[in-house]
Structures are given as structure tokens and as C-alpha cells.
Design a binder for this molecule. Structure first.
Ligand code: IMP
Length: 409
């Protein structure tokens, strides 16, 4: 069975933690997009793991992980991460595979990424990890793939300094590189988790273009980026937070900007530790946007949502939800394609009373306070997508499902 997990907002929804949770039952985890611009923090007991490239499933002992062909890989960053994992006493040798069609991020790409963004009249706020440059070179057919390191014609055409930089990685990558299509065919029928990166609204096609990343963040990318046909995808789950965050620039219709809202935003930022894992930048905070969430449900053909961070509202008076936009005097309920229109919309915020009791203490659906259950129903009804699971704290033990992830209905 092939189960896809994507972010349903602007990234940082808690996907990494869910991937780690699902990988207990998964037999293989494949990441299908992005690069070291992503950041996952996984907490297991007293240990914290910050991952950028390696799928979170590496932490569950015995599981194999794959960096798919849809990714752009900075080998220096990858081997640094593996060294940090080794330092935490996790043995990964023989469990990490890399698609030989994945593209590489070369040393000059990072500074180019940053300087191109600095020169833009409307900077995107890139993480500066060379991701945009690597995908650009991929599309213009000037990229360097893992397999190309063993192609003497391509190797000889590279600059002396790039070759010198790549030489040690060539040796280390040799036992990890695989032909992913052949590998997936061999593994057909196993429980495979396909992990997305960033979030739906940062997707190159369906996000808030041009304020997006350069990879495919939606579920259809799982097919291309992990070398399986689209009909092999059995189930898609989308993770979202009970509020909205965004790092970097770009439209954010429900951002909390007014004086009284900023107080709430600061409170949520501190409670939720809303600072970028990759750059440390404070994340922008907004109300949960149901217009955008319904769009994410559609564009990813989600079978279910996982709701995270609802516990942050425990003890608050109310939760604000955006249920429509007003654009140029007209009420709309779709997610506009134009960044300028998204900048212009006014969100219609409805306030819901916060529950008695604590979501943070719930370990199954029955233990969720009644008021919070009502809110869940409002979200499900609006989006047409059922909420299959909850993450109510940073630990793996603070996660539970209402519907089994590995069952197809
Ligand atoms: P880039 O992909 O590093 O060029 O960044 C493009 C935009 O996507 C910037 O606004 C980044 O802040 C944002 N971005 C990229 N990766 C992530 C992520 O994993 N989480 C949240 N935002 C991201």
C-alpha cells in the first residue's frame, strides 16, 4: 500500500512528526520532493532530531528510507545530517537509499539562490539552500543528477572545483544509489509511506505563486517524485495546524496583523515554538483558513486530515476560523490564483467558543472535549474531508488516529 502524507498549509504543519509516527508500521519511507529547505523536528523521549533531507522514518529502528528523484540533494548537508544521527546512536548504514535520478545541489547554488532573491523587486524570502537554482537547472536540462557522477562525459565537463568537492561524496553515495523505479517495483505490495515536503500553498503550481518553493508539494508529486504511476497511490493524508503559519514573504489572507491580533499571534508563536527549523526566522501567524484548507483537500484528493496543535487553544476564550474571503466587495469561497488578489482579500473570521477541558490530555477521540469535537465537525463539514487523526503535543505518544492510516476505505 502506498500512503502519501503532505502538508495542507504553508509547511511546518507537523508532517515530520506524523511521518515518524506512521513509519512505525511502514516498511519503507520515500521522500518525494524538496531539499534542505525543509526542516523536521522529531522528539523521541529526551532526544530531539532536526532533519532536513533524510526522511523522519530513519529514526524508527530497522526502517529503510529513500530520497526520491523529485528531491534536490545537497550531499554536504545530507552527510552532516547522517553524522548527527550517528552521534545520537542511530545506525543508518544500509538503510538510506538515494534515487540515482535525484538532482544535486552544488556549492555555488546557495549563494546564487540568495543573490537572485535579493535582486528581485518582490523577494520570495528563500531559505537560501540552493533549491530554486537546482530545480531551475533541472528544468533547463543543465542539472547534475546522482547518476551523472559516474558518467565520464558529464563528470569531465564539470568545473575542477565542483569535481574536487564532489569526489568524496561520490564514494559515499555509491552504496546508497538506486534505480528507484526498479526498487519500487520490487517493493510493490509493502507498506510504503510517501513523504511530501513544504506544504500545498508552497507548491510550484498550486501554491501562492510566485511566493512558493520550486518543488512539487502536492500529493500528485508523490507519483513523479518516487517513481510510481499515479494509480499506485492508495491513500492521501494532509496535515494541518489549528492556526496558520508562513515563513518568508507572500500573501497570507488570515495573518493576525491588527494590534490586538498581534498579541494573540505572539502568544501562539511562543506556545507553538513557531520559529523556522532551517533558518530560525519567526513564523508569521494567522487564523485557520478554511477556504485554503478546502482547496488543499481538493488539490491533494485527501482521504483525511491530521489536525495538529489544537491543544494550543486549551484555556483560550475563542478560536477564530476564516470561512470566506471578501474580494473587491464580493464574498468568495474559492482560493484565488493571483497573489495580488490574495493580498487584497479580507478574511471573514468567525469566532468559536473554546471548550472546557484539555485537548492536550486526550489520547483518543472520546477524550477530546465536547466543544473541540464540535469545532472538528465544523471543519469537516466545511472542507468535506474527515479528520482522521490528531497530534496534541510534540511527543510521539501525544498522537492518535480515529481512522487507521493503513486501511483503505
Ligand atoms: P526556497 O524553497 O528555500 O527557495 O523558499 C521559498 C519559500 O518557501 C520561502 O518563503 C521559504 O520560507 C518557504 N519554504 C521553503 N521550505 C519551507 C518549509 O519547509 N517550511 C516552510 N516554508 C518553507
Amino acid at each position: 500500500m502506498n500512503l502519501v502524507v503532505v502538508g495542507a498549509q504553508w509547511g511546518d504543519e507537523g508532517k515530520g512528526k506524523m511521518v515518524d509516527y506512521f513509519s512505525d508500521e511502514a516498511e519503507l519511507v520515500v521522500r518525494f520532493s524538496g531539499g534542505a529547505n525543509a526542516g523536521h523536528t522529531v522528539k523521541i523521549g529526551s532526544k530531539t532530531f532536526a532533519l532536513h533531507l533524510i526522511p523522519a522514518g530513519i529514526i524508527s529502528s530497522g526502517k529503510s528510507v529513500v530520497l526520491g528523484n523529485g528531491m534536490v540533494i545537497d550531499p554536504a548537508s545530507m552527510f552532516e545530517e547522517l553524522a548527527a544521527i550517528s552521534a545520537q546512536s542511530i545506525e543508518w548504514e544500509g538503510r538510506v537509499f538515494v534515487s540515482d535520478r535525484a538532482h544535486l545541489v552544488l556549492p555555488g547554488y546557495k549563494s546564487e539562490d540568495q543573490s537572485v532573491d535579493d535582486m528581485r523587486s518582490r523577494p520570495i524570502g528563500t531559505t537560501g539552500r540552493g533549491i530554486g537554482v537546482a530545480y531551475e537547472k533541472k528544468a533547463s536540462r543543465d542539472g547534475v543528477r546522482v547518476v551523472d557522477l559516474w558518467d565520464s562525459v558529464i563528470w569531465d565537463s564539470m568545473s575542477k572545483s565542483d569535481r574536487a568537492w564532489l569526489e568524496p561524496f561520490k564514494e559515499w553515495l555509491a552504496p546508497m544509489k538506486i534505480n528507484l523505479a526498479a526498487f519500487m517495483l520490487k517493493n510493490e505490495g509493502r507498506k510504503i509511506l510517501l513523504e511530501g515536503a513544504q506544504g500545498t500553498l508552497l507548491d510550484l503550481d498550486h501554491g501562492t505563486y510566485p511566493y512558493v518553493s520550486s518543488g512539487v508539494s502536492v500529493s500528485s508529486g508523490a507519483s513523479i517524485g518516487s517513481a510510481i504511476g499515479p494509480r499506485r497511490i492508495d491513500k492521501c493524508l494532509g496535515v494541518f495546524k489549528a492556526y496558520q503559519t508562513r515563513v518568508g514573504n507572500g500573501p497570507f489572507p488570515t495573518e493576525m496583523r491588527k494590534d490586538d491580533e498581534v498579541v494573540l499571534a505572539n502568544k501562539l508563536r511562543e506556545l507553538g515554538h513557531e520559529y523556522g527549523v532551517t533558518t530560525g526566522r519567526p513564523r508569521r501567524i494567522g487564523y485557520l483558513d478554511l477556504v485554503a484548507l478546502r482547496y488543499a483537500g481538493w488539490i491533494n484528493s485527501l482521504d483525511g486530515f491530521i489536525l495538529s496543535h489544537l491543544n494550543l487553544y486549551d484555556g483560550f476564550e475563542s478560536v477564530g476560523l476564516c470561512t470566506a474571503y471578501e474580494l473587491d466587495g464580493e464574498q468568495i469561497d474559492y482560493f484565488p490564483s493571483s497573489a495580488a488578489e490574495l493580498e487584497r482579500v479580507t478574511p471573514l473570521i468567525e469566532n468559536f467558543d473554546v471548550w472546557d477541558g484539555k485537548v492536550s490530555e486526550a489520547r483518543n477521540w472520546e477524550e477530546i472535549p465536547d466543544g473541540a469535537k464540535k469545532l472538528v465537525e465544523v471543519i469537516e463539514e466545511y472542507t468535506g474531508v474527515a479528520i482522521h487523526g490528531f497530534s496534541v503535543g510534540p511527543l510521539r505518544s501525544e498522537t492518535f488516529m480515529r481512522t487507521d492510516a493503513w486501511t483503505v476505505s
